[in-house]
Design a protein around this ligand. Structure first.
Ligand code: NAP
Length: 284
């Protein structure tokens, strides 16, 4: 058991995450963990895959709960001694007609989509083995062009941006929403967009760190899965969840020592997309 390769998907009980688990069960040479914050939803999802003849394993994981993250880390460490694939899929999005105050939406969205993804990485990255693959679910809303302010765009796209500085910018957005001046400061009027721009920018910082990590060939990419029919999109969207999982599965299974994509922003059709200068053929 200790020598098995291990893949982990967060938010695997439904939507794109469920389909990523399904695809990895078919293609990954190792053990695949479907994780979910709610045990009964997670176990139910595992049963559905078992009915298809697949054999995912289950572990509870709420990415907003550091205790849950620590428990899972300990479990992986004790049972496998490492981690080979991490797909950071779990996220939230308020509906356009949500009645919660915008400041509350901003605080929660940045907390889950950016800071909890970051906490997941801080907790689990020490387990990554050489040649590990990390996939961060971003969005077309996570393209830099979503940020109206040029000064903010310059900071976010700087090749010397640190994780601490990026987290500072995410906190600054939440504060400016509380103060009612986020648009004057150059932010968009969408907390989901800011959270996903944060995920994209974080991905590039993480790859720079992996490039000088003593563990060889660890690769992280950000992916826009497409506009996908899930609960998050109220089942609108152009792609089925299975189609939306394709690019993330591809990135999770990138072969050893591949030159590209590494630290890139990937479109649902597997294309590498320029994150700073929007290509003309990209409708955003
Ligand atoms: P979804 O159907 O709403 O599923 C989201 C998943 O994340 C659910 O399993 C949910 O669990 C889980 N989750 C939420 N908070 C969590 C937490 N604190 N801990 C652990 N799991 C948590 O969304 P989706 O459309 O599949 O989206 C998957 C990813 O793709 C997200 O990162 C999303 O932002 C991104 N994306 C989606 C689209 C689209 O068109 N659908 C487009 C661009 C990007 P529960 O069931 O317990 O709530």
């Amino acid at each position: 058991m200790a020598s098995s390769k291990v893949a982990v998907v967060t938010g695997g009980n439904k939507g794109i995450g469920f389909e990523i688990v399904k695809g990895l069960c078919k293609k990954f040479d190792g053990v695949v963990y479907l994780t979910a914050r709610d045990i009964s939803r997670g176990v139910g999802a595992v049963s559905k895959l078992q009915e298809l003849g697949l054999k995912p394993k289950f572990h509870q994981l709420d990415i907003t709960d550091q205790k849950s993250l620590n428990n899972f880390k300990k479990y992986l460490q004790e049972n496998y001694g490492g981690l080979d694939v991490l797909v950071n899929n779990a996220a939230i999005a308020y509906k356009v007609d949500a009645t919660e105050p915008f400041a509350e939406q901003a605080k929660n969205t940045i907390a889950v989509n950016y800071f909890s993804l970051l906490a997941t990485c801080h907790t689990l990255f020490p387990l990554l083995r050489p040649h590990a693959r990390v996939v961060n679910l971003s969005s077309s809303y996570g393209h830099l062009s979503r940020i109206p302010g040029q000064k903010l765009r310059d900071k976010l796209s700087s090749s010397s941006l640190t994780e601490e500085q990026l987290s500072g910018l995410m906190n600054a957005f939440v504060k400016s929403v509380e103060e009612g001046n986020h648009q004057a400061e150059g932010w968009p009027n969408s907390c989901y967009q800011v959270s996903k721009v944060g995920v994209s920018a974080l991905t590039f910082i993480q790859q720079r760190a992996f490039n000088s990590d003593p563990r060889q060939d660890i690769v992280v990419n950000a992916v826009h899965p497409g506009y996908v029919q899930t609960d998050m999109s109220s089942n609108k969207g152009d792609l089925t969840p299975e189609q939306g999982a394709d690019a993330a599965i591809y990135l999770a299974l990138l072969p050893a020592n591949i030159e590209a994509p590494r630290g890139a922003y990937i479109w649902w059709d597997r294309r590498i997309v320029d994150w700073v200068n929007k290509p003309d053929d990209l409708s955003l």
